[in-house]
Design a protein around this ligand. Structure first.
Ligand code: AMP
Ligand code: TRP
Length: 331
């Protein structure tokens, strides 16, 4: 069975973009692959966090992973800091990453270009840590949104560099970007990605939003004046985004099929259908979330997951340190 690994960084509440772009795919993958899914809490603190809020987001994130259908008997689910080898290999990877490479990473560059000040060293070197997260487990595939592809490319470069220098240490992984739903856009500004950093909060549907709030966000989504439900992300970005959402929530139904259903109908009807699909999905997820959140399942899932992950990670870290010449005692 091929191995797959992905991390999720819950610096805020999980939203529909996370579900469509990442979570729902994990659920499909767990049957086909040996799946490792971890909560990237080290990555969370690369930007300032409120401790109480961070802890709530982390716990909610695990609960939502499980509520969306990730099954701890199939997938290994763990918290990054429960496996200290991530930080350890992260440092080693950092020492093998050129500053020129980090300077080219768009996430940091974008924040800098926006004039954000007091950016942390952790944020700058985070792609090296992400490489460690991946390479510890020798996955074949890393499913990511398109914004993360560059980081997986760097991971590949680092793996090849170290394999050439020290001998065969790492499997060189492939990024896996889902063709549909890789980029769900903000409902209030369809030129921008749906994101928790949405200033107005109107463009982002959180998985724990009430039905009323979620419905209102969909019904007030920005559209256009063309008045036809047609998939054309350039000229009708708002409508195309809503179509993308509907398609993703209805088994990747084709755009042609959606166009046909809404031919001659107004945007009001179309938005109501999208709102129904979104609220139906949120209701399903929230029902399970409420069962899980205080059931003890989160704790046992993380304990079991970390124990399994640590075994693999410890062997890999030891192998790397030995190859580099850092170890003295024979183990
Ligand atoms: P983030 O919330 O940005 O840390 O992203 C967590 C995961 O969800 C990553 O795999 C992202 O690529 C994915 N993701 C985040 N926002 C979106 C979005 N608007 N559309 C599709 N996927 C997304
Ligand atoms: N950087 C990813 C994000 O922002 C999260 C992440 C951390 C990750 N480590 C990873 C994703 C390893 C895939 C593999 O979404």
């Amino acid at each position: 069975m091929k191995r797959m690994l992905s991390g999720i960084k819950p610096t805020g509440q999980l939203h529909l973009g996370n579900y469509i772009g990442a979570l729902r795919h994990f659920v499909d993958y767990q049957d086909e692959y040996e799946m490792f899914a971890f909560i990237a809490n080290l990555h969370c603190i690369t930007v300032p966090q409120d401790p109480a809020e961070l802890q709530k987001n982390l716990k909610d994130c695990v609960a939502l992973y499980l509520a969306c259908g990730l099954d701890p008997s199939k997938a290994t689910i763990f918290l990054q800091t429960d496996v200290p080898q991530h930080a350890q290999l992260g440092y080693i990877m950092c020492c093998h990453t050129y500053m020129g490479e980090l300077n080219r990473m768009t996430q940091f560059k974008d924040k800098q270009a926006h004039g954000e000040t007091n950016l942390s060293g952790g944020l700058y070197t985070y792609p090296s840590l992400m490489a460690a997260d991946i390479l510890l487990y020798d996955p074949d595939y890393v499913p990511v949104g398109d914004d993360q592809k560059q980081h997986v490319e760097l991971t590949r470069d680092l793996a090849i560099r170290m394999n050439n220098r020290y001998g065969d240490l790492f499997r060189v992984p492939e990024p896996l970007v889902a063709k549909t739903g890789a980029r769900i856009m903000s409902l209030s500004n369809p030129e921008k990605k749906m994101s928790k950093s949405d200033e107005t909060n109107k463009g982002c549907i959180y998985l724990l939003d009430s039905e009323k709030v979620a419905r209102k966000k969909v019904m007030s989504a920005v559209t256009d004046s063309l008045g036809r439900v047609h998939f054309d992300p350039v000229n009708q970005p708002g409508i195309s985004n809503l179509m993308q959402i509907l398609s993703s929530l209805q088994d990747d139904r084709s755009m042609a099929d959606i166009e046909q259903e809404f031919e001659g109908k107004g945007y009001g009807d179309f938005k109501r259908a999208v709102a129904d699909a979104v609220c139906g999905k949120l209701n399903e997820i929230q029902t399970r979330y409420n069962e899980i959140i205080s059931s003890g399942l989160i704790e046992t899932t993380l304990d079991d997951g970390a124990a399994k992950a640590r075994k693999i990670a410890a062997v890999k870290l030891e192998k790397v340190q030995r190859a580099i010449g850092m170890e003295i005692i024979e183990k």
